[in-house]
Ligand binder design. Structure first.
Ligand code: AMP
Ligand code: MN
Ligand code: MN
Ligand code: MN
Length: 279
């Protein structure tokens, strides 16, 4: 079965609206989907309706930004009640940080002679409060300030670079707790994309499991074969369900395909076995 439980619409830093994404995923053969916008559940209703119309299974999803010590970690929530008010409130609060961060980053770049980031990035985001670093990167490319998105991150937007501003996102215990309280399952996104040592990842997982986290992405399109095997081993050691996702945003430069994810190693317990009709 083809499954994709991690991708983005224009309700965060993806290009396509939810309905178009579901259509693309179906064209690629997907049968079970979750839309996981950054700090936003505004696209779920449209994605759910489109999935029902096309006969595809759909569960609610979100990718929440968490500040863990000096790092930003992404926690995906799956299959939660999207009307659970405390979770909605938390996601709204976390998302509200984005516009303030843009103002600060814009100011920082102005000091080194790069102007217009605030308006420029906002013009590229379909919803102002969802503005992210991909929009900022695209603005810098369009203005000819950098030659690629990658360069925009390497020079200006990446952690510790000239335009970077550290942000207080959600706290790990609260984010995990509210996903669980909403009946969902909390998943560590792309565990090998954080530049963390294996021992730091273990330290994170010790806490994550303590707070109620139950999943980890293993079949992640941005993981190579060795990373998939490492994530699978972590899943086994921490007794976590394994998830799969493309992290599709719609940009050509990512070379990701929506609805298409690497197979899980056979020793994994797939996270979808916890979903109704998939156990
Ligand atoms: P934000 O949540 O606004 O800080 O942006 C984080 C997002 O930026 C990630 O989810 C990715 O979509 C994107 N991103 C981070 N690093 C890179 C990179 N080096 N190249 C391209 N996109 C990146
Ligand atoms: Mn993103
Ligand atoms: Mn992420
Ligand atoms: Mn993502």
């Amino acid at each position: 079965m083809q499954i994709d439980l991690h991708f983005h619409s224009n309700f965060s830093d993806g290009i396509y609206p939810p309905r178009e994404l579901i259509k693309k995923a179906q064209a690629n053969g997907a049968q079970l989907l979750a839309l996981t916008d950054h700090d936003n559940i505004g696209g779920l209703e449209e994605a759910k309706t489109a999935s029902a119309e096309l006969g595809i299974s759909f569960v609610n999803g979100v990718e929440i930004s968490v500040t863990w010590g000096s790092k930003v970690i992404h926690v995906v929530g799956l299959n939660f009640d999207m009307n659970y008010q405390p979770l909605i409130k938390l996601i709204d609060e976390i998302r509200s940080v984005r516009l303030k961060r843009l103002a600060l980053m814009s100011e920082k770049l102005e000091h080194i002679g790069i102007n217009g980031l605030y308006e420029g990035a906002l013009a590229l985001a379909s919803h102002p409060d969802t503005v992210g670093r991909r929009h900022m990167a695209e603005y810098l490319v369009n203005e000819g300030i950098v030659s690629s998105i990658q360069q925009a991150f390497n020079k200006y937007l990446g952690e510790g670079k000239k335009g970077f501003v550290k942000t207080e996102w959600g706290s790990l215990p609260e984010v995990v707790r509210l996903i669980v309280e909403a009946g969902g399952i909390a998943v560590l996104a792309h565990p090998l994309r954080y530049n963390l040592t294996l021992s730091k990842i273990r330290q994170f997982l010790d806490e994550f499991v303590l707070y109620g986290g139950q999943g980890i992405e293993v079949g992640c399109s941005s993981h190579d074969y060795n990373e998939i095997m490492t994530a699978s081993l972590l899943a086994e050691q921490y007794n976590l369900f394994a998830s799969s996702g493309s992290d599709f945003h719609g940009h050509e430069y990512d070379q990701r395909k929506i609805g298409v994810t690497p197979d899980l190693p056979t020793e994994c317990r797939p996270i979808w076995t916890t979903f109704k009709n998939f156990n």
